[in-house]
Design a protein around this ligand. Structure first.
Ligand SMILES: [Fe+2]
Ligand SMILES: [Fe+2]
Length: 340
């Protein structure tokens, strides 16, 4: 059974892997095995923001002036974003946290999940400000076939990990730990794709309205969300890197090799959905920045011919993996937040 506080006096914390090690003991952030997770945690906390800080007064008029097609695109995108953050607003704590055996990663995941709930609140704030009947938007999310199809691909890996993980916690002898680790790996890769690609596709759509000087308050809120997502992407990327490069768990290295084909299929699926073509034309450098590193991790480098042609480049070429589109587009600045 799982213990909320491990009383083992001889516990060697520094020898524990990120997941599936001994139960956690003291929450201390002085002597850390992976200080990068504490740094990411502190960064997330430093970026704390609330949607109410951004005025949406002009957005309501802008929305009323959109034509029917624009209203459909904006609302559908908002519904999709609400669904994705509903998943992320509980997924990390529900699926990853019960298996964590490293205190700095534990803290980082808790903050990650908390920040995702701010994103869900943001969508509610936008929807309540723009629509006379917000429930019409919320109640139809679950009935949208396309959103349902996408949610299935996003949640499958999470649900499989949770189901097998509960059984493992109840009786460790009855569950194959190697298979459970495989579920963990696929769930982490799914989240990496979600935070690194799927979200950015929807952000590009929100920013497109902002570029037309419409719904700029909403675009500003989305830019704060995009900044958070870049932190979350860095987290899942670091976890995957630790499995691959730092020998955190020898099974995981083997699993990474075994799952290589699944992984490429998952990325291909994410790259071929919905409005990715719009995204690809305008923001293909982001795709290259996010897909290429994960390909490298798996021992492959995608051919130049596989990559989309670059049409827009960031002004700052030192852009890191997953850096929010909004930053180089001027919606926000990294150090001084430009709030209304
Ligand atoms: Fe989010
Ligand atoms: Fe996220």
């Amino acid at each position: 059974m799982k213990n909320v506080f491990n009383r083992d006096k001889g516990l060697e914390v520094a020898k524990q892997p990120m997941f599936f090690g001994e139960d956690l003991q003291v929450q201390q952030y002085a002597d850390m095995k992976y200080p990068i997770f504490d740094k990411l945690n502190q960064q997330q906390l430093g970026y704390f923001w609330r949607p109410e800080e951004v005025s949406l007064q002009k957005d309501r008029n802008d929305y009323l002036n959109l034509n029917d097609q624009q209203k459909f695109i904006f609302t559908s995108n908002l519904k999709y974003q609400t669904m994705l953050d509903s998943v992320q607003g509980r997924g990390p704590c529900l699926a990853f946290l019960p298996f964590v055996s490293n205190p700095e990663l534990e803290g980082c995941i808790i903050t990650w999940d908390f920040m995702e709930t701010i994103h869900s609140r943001s969508y509610t704030y936008i929807i309540k400000n723009l629509y006379s009947n917000p429930n019409e938007v919320f109640d139809t999310i679950i009935h949208d076939e396309k959103i349902e199809a996408r949610s299935a691909s996003v949640t499958k890996a999470y649900d499989e990990l949770i189901e097998m993980g509960y059984k493992w916690h109840l009786n460790k002898d009855k569950v194959d730990l190697y298979e459970l680790k495989k579920k963990m790996y696929l769930a982490m890769a799914t989240v990496n794709i979600l935070e690194g690609l799927r979200f950015y596709v929807s952000f590009a759509c929100s920013f497109a309205f902002g570029e037309l000087k419409m719904l700029e308050g909403s675009a500003k809120i989305i830019s704060f969300i995009a900044r958070d997502e870049s932190q979350h992407l860095a987290m899942s990327q670091t976890i995957i890197n630790n499995w691959h490069d730092r020998n955190d768990d020898k099974d995981m290295k083997k699993i990474q090799k075994e799952c290589e084909k699944d992984l490429y299929k998952m990325y291909d699926d994410a790259l071929t959905v919905g409005n990715i073509s719009i995204f690809q034309r305008k923001y293909d450098w982001v795709i290259r920045k996010t897909v290429t590193p994960i390909c490298r991790i798996h021992g492959k480098s995608k051919n130049e011919s596989d990559r989309p042609n670059t049409t827009i480049r960031p002004k700052n070429k030192s852009t890191s993996v997953g850096r929010p589109l909004a930053e180089f587009k001027g919606y926000t600045k990294r150090t001084t937040r430009n709030r209304d």
